[in-house]
Write a protein that binds this ligand. Structure first.
Ligand SMILES: *Cc1c(COP(=O)(O)O)cnc(C)c1O
Length: 459
């Protein structure tokens, strides 16, 4: 069979073709994942408990495992129209450079100022908060993509936003901080002396550069203690994955127009929301027995939650204040080494992705960051887009699979998620260009030690 070559470089959809509903993959899962638990009682977390932290519409979606389609309100759809539908690109130039018989497609989510897919959920979370009469949101940000996305959404819908930014990141990425401030967010380096848990952490660890887990604890404390304020999370939870299904739904509409069916779908996995969003409608077909696909989650060797973690109940944060979630995890005390893909440095994995992986519907692979940056360089030089280090994990595996096709002569169709651009990651690119990038692989002992701490919650 020869390659399909009558497909445009970019498949654009019209605004009218943009999906009107998100797709809720849980509705088609033969077995649902285990519920979130209250760590004090080990009983399922209740709606009331969750509504102290998140706005009601979001809690409703979090707990909805049965409705296959959930309508996207016009207010959110109109916001999406500013940067969506996003293009689905046929990587003709990369295919040519690799000399592969494979067809490669990618869905590009970096075409907005925040530079990543995270705006898809930020828009929804800010919209619902405004609808419910709330006045402000809080959140944390590590590398800065989520904080930027939520700043943009809060500016648009008229909400105040406080972002706790991991202190080392706010020092290393002052430009990210200024983007957030330009959109009106208040950015506080974390740990800070503005919260009780921040002060406790500063007292215990003077001079610490902070961590995501610590910033989450500060943001949640402010949300539950401030009237009219709730907390927003950028990945991991089921409602975030639901919002991100717009990525997969658009991809499917675009490919269906040309009768293209991917053999494999590849995405990087940090908390799992972009991968979950990309694969959702395709996974639905697989779960319903309509069509088969291979799904591949790609994670860094330095933070291998799926490939080396354990399937256990764990906290979402280091401060141990969130509900417990059943997920593949390295343990909430696991501190990943300073990998340059900040968005993939999370100890756990979305409960939906974890369950699908556990039940054999998804494969997982871990890759070293030096090989990831080689793939990023090859991609930038052929396709023109400067990819985010996180996204480049998916590029690595897409290229590897395309090269396998070159050996076997198979004409596979590969789709991967290009989650964002890498303009704020030039320190990482500099390390790579200077030949100073290294690969840290955690030992079994390190992982076992932090996972062992979870025993009391998994009796
Ligand atoms: C946050 C981020 C990721 C990780 O996304 P998850 O949905 O948490 O897996 C990947 N790529 C980019 C560019 C990001 O900003």
């Amino acid at each position: 069979m020869t390659k399909t070559t009558d497909i445009p470089y970019k498949i654009y959809l019209t605004e009218d073709e943009m999906p009107r509903s998100w797709y809720n993959v849980r509705a088609d899962m033969p077995e649902k994942h285990d519920p979130m638990l209250n760590p004090a009682t080990l009983e399922p977390a209740t709606r009331e408990e969750l509504e102290k932290v998140f706005c009601s519409a979001v809690v409703e979606q979090e707990l909805n495992q049965t409705d296959r389609y959930i309508e996207i309100p016009d207010g959110i759809r109109n916001f999406y129209k500013m940067y969506r539908p996003s293009p689905l690109v046929r990587a003709y130039c990369l295919e040519k450079a690799l000399g592969t018989p494979a067809e490669i497609y990618y869905k590009f989510e970096g075409n907005n100022t925040s530079g990543s897919h995270k705006l898809n959920s930020a828009a929804a979370q800010a919209y619902y908060a405004k609808q419910e009469g709330l006045t402000s949101l809080t959140t944390e940000t590590g590398a800065g993509q989520w904080g930027t996305a939520l700043s943009m959404a809060c500016a648009f819908f008229g909400l105040d936003l406080t972002v706790f930014m991991v202190k080392v990141s706010s020092e290393q990425k002052p430009h990210r901080r200024e983007v957030m401030r330009t959109y009106g967010a208040k950015v506080i380096p974390s740990p800070s002396d503005t919260t009780e848990c921040g002060r406790a952490i500063l007292k215990a660890h003077p001079g610490t550069g902070g961590s995501l887990g610590c910033a989450i604890s500060e943001a949640v404390e402010v949300a539950v203690s401030t009237p009219g304020c709730r907390y927003g999370l950028g990945s991991v939870l089921d409602h975030v994955l639901l919002h991100q299904s717009i990525i997969g739904c658009e991809s499917k509409i675009a490919l269906d127009k040309y009768g293209v069916h991917p053999d494999m779908i590849i995405g990087c996995a940090g908390g799992g929301s972009n991968l979950g969003g990309l694969i959702s409608p395709f996974m639905g077909e697989k779960l319903r027995g309509e069509r088969d696909y291979r799904f591949i989650a790609v994670e860094p060797v330095s933070c291998p939650s799926l490939t080396r973690g354990k399937y256990l109940y764990d906290f979402g944060d280091t401060g141990k204040i969130t509900p417990l979630m059943k997920m593949y995890t390295l343990g909430c005390d696991f501190i990943p080494s300073a990998n340059h893909a900040g968005g993939l440095r999370y100890h756990g994995m979305s409960a939906v992705i974890s369950k699908l992986y556990h039940d054999g519907f998804i494969e997982a692979r871990s890759v070293e960051q030096t090989s990831v940056f080689k793939a990023a360089e090859a991609f930038a030089r052929t396709e023109g887009i400067l990819p985010a280090p996180e996204s480049s994990h998916a590029i690595r595996v897409a290229i590897d699979e395309a090269l396998k096709c070159k050996e076997t002569g198979e004409k596979k169709v590969i789709l991967f998620g290009l989650t964002g651009t890498g303009y704020f990651d030039m320190t990482a690119y500099k390390k790579f260009n200077d030949g100073e990038m290294s690969d840290y692989v955690p030992t079994d002992e390190e992982i076992e030690k932090s996972v062992a701490q979870l025993e009391p919650y998994n009796k």
